[in-house]
Design a protein around this ligand. Sequence first.
Ligand code: ADP
Ligand code: MG
Length: 220
Amino acid sequence: MDRLCAHELYRFYHVGDDEVAALRGVSLALAPGEIVAVTGPSGSGKSTLLNCLTGLDEPDAGMVTVDGTKMTRRPEAVRAHLRARAFGILMQSANLFPHFTVADNIRFQMRLGGRPDEARLNDLIEAVGLGHRRDALPVHLSGGETARAGLAVALALDPPILVADEPTAEVDKATEEDLLALFEARRSTDKATLITTHSEALASRADRVVRLKDGRIDHD
Ligand code: ADP
Ligand code: MG
C-alpha cells in the first residue's frame, strides 16, 4: 500500500477579485522506501502541494490518504493526529521554537512523540552538520543552518513520511551530500521521503521526479 496518495488535488487562492489556481488536478503516490523529488519553477505550486499533502491546508477538491486512511475533509483534530503519527515536516517557514536552542528543539519534538533519545539526538545533529551549533538559538543561525536544524526536528521521530520543502536551499555541495545520505538511509526501513528542490544533484538521486508547471504535473 502507498504511504501517501493524492488524487486530483485542486487548490485556488482568492486575493481581491483575482483567482490563482495553485493546484489544478495533481495526483501523486509515494511508496514505502521511495524518495520522490518535486521540482518546478517558483510559483508552480510546490509548497501548496506539500501543505495539502500534510493536511496543513485543505485542498478545494481531491483527496489525500495516509497509509490508507483518508485525511482530507476530516476535522482538524483528526488531521493533526494523523499528521503527528505519520509525518515529519519541514516547510519553508521553519519549524523551530525561537526560545529553544537547536538541541532543545529536537529534544522537544522527541518528547512530544514520547520517545526521548539523546543518542539519536546527537547523531542527528552531527548528521546535519550542526554539532558546533547545538546550543545556538534559531535567531543566530544562517539560512542554511536554519533549514538543517529544521530538518533534524522533522527527522527526530524517524517519521514514516518525511515532507521537506527545499531542505537543501542555501547549503553547499558537501552538506547537500550529507543530507542526501540521511534521506537515502530511510530507504532501508521503508520510510518514504518527499522533497521539493531546485537542485539537479538532489533530483537525480531521487527514485522519481515529479515536475510541476502552473499547478499541473508536467509530463514532457
Ligand atoms: P512554489 O512553492 O512552487 O513556489 P506556491 O505553492 O508557493 O509555489 O505558489 C503557487 C501559486 O499560488 C503562486 O502563484 C503563488 O503566488 C500563489 N499562492 C501561494 N500561497 C498563496 C496564498 N496564501 N494566497 C494567495 N496566493 C498564494
Ligand atoms: Mg515554495
